[in-house]
Design a protein around this ligand. Structure first.
Ligand SMILES: [Cu+2]
Length: 239
């Protein structure tokens, strides 16, 4: 009896934030009469460039060059912005995955530089005849750390938790990629024109997050109604 009381008291003392972690799990339900969110991600500012100076393996890695830190098209559309709905509790099924996602080391760049995957497997590849050491991080914590000495190497890695994974190469300091591990299937990656579309959303209130590594995150509150499409223009601003 006494023990039961103690357990009850301990449970009551667990902060809601800890219990909230369980509530963040995603439940698949039938979505009838869902709505959609579509639109465009834009960036109006001057496009910053980063000087890349390969210091080794130059025959593969190339000459010094300037690379844009945000890919902006002629009409200001931002390519490779990740757009997702924050902390969705339930909704549509994930859909079939055609193949295991891949991150390739190619000419001492990551290909693709930005991708969104579901939690689980990702294959790390090397298309170069030089050593790459592909190192992924959740924040400061290592998610994987893989040496790929040979062209044609393919090593399976695992990203078990949702969140942003920053990927570096320990051999080539300028290499950088971002892998977003989604916590629900409500996400999109903008194309060259900056456009995105997210469909089959249960009616309700949502936070749309547009995320880009240079500009950071921009959040927009949206109400989705049954059978309707909300059109957004999301302007990214460097904070
Ligand atoms: Cu490398």
């Amino acid at each position: 009896m006494k023990t039961t009381h103690i357990i009850a008291a301990v449970l009551a003392a667990i902060p809601q934030t800890l219990l909230g972690a369980a509530a963040l799990s995603y439940d698949v339900v039938t979505v009838a009469g869902g709505g959609a969110i579509e639109g465009k991600v834009v960036f109006q500012g001057a496009v910053p460039v980063k000087k890349i100076i390969p210091t080794k393996d130059k025959e593969v890695c190339g000459a010094p060059r300037n690379e844009p830190q945000i890919r902006v098209g002629p009409d200001k559309g931002v390519q490779d912005a990740v757009v997702y709905l924050k902390a969705v509790a339930k909704g549509k099924a994930w859909g079939k995955q055609d193949k295991t996602p891949e991150l390739d080391n190619e000419k001492c760049r990551f290909e693709p530089a930005v991708q969104v995957i579901r939690a689980g497997a990702i294959d790390i590849l090397n298309s170069d005849p030089v050593l790459h050491n592909t190192h992924g991080f959740y924040g400061k914590r290592t998610a994987f750390n893989l040496a790929l000495p040979n062209k044609g190497d393919r090593i399976p890695a695992d990203l078990p938790r949702p969140g942003l994974v920053r990927v570096e190469c320990d051999a080539h300091g300028w290499m950088l990629a971002h892998v977003y591990v989604a916590d629900s299937p409500y996400y999109a990656l903008t194309g060259k024109d900056g456009n995105f579309s997210i469909t089959d959303i249960p009616p309700g209130n949502y936070t749309v997050v547009a995320s880009q590594s240079y500009a950071g995150d921009t959040e927009t509150a949206v109400t989705v109604k049954s059978g309707e499409t909300v059109t957004l223009s999301i302007e990214l601003k460097k904070k």
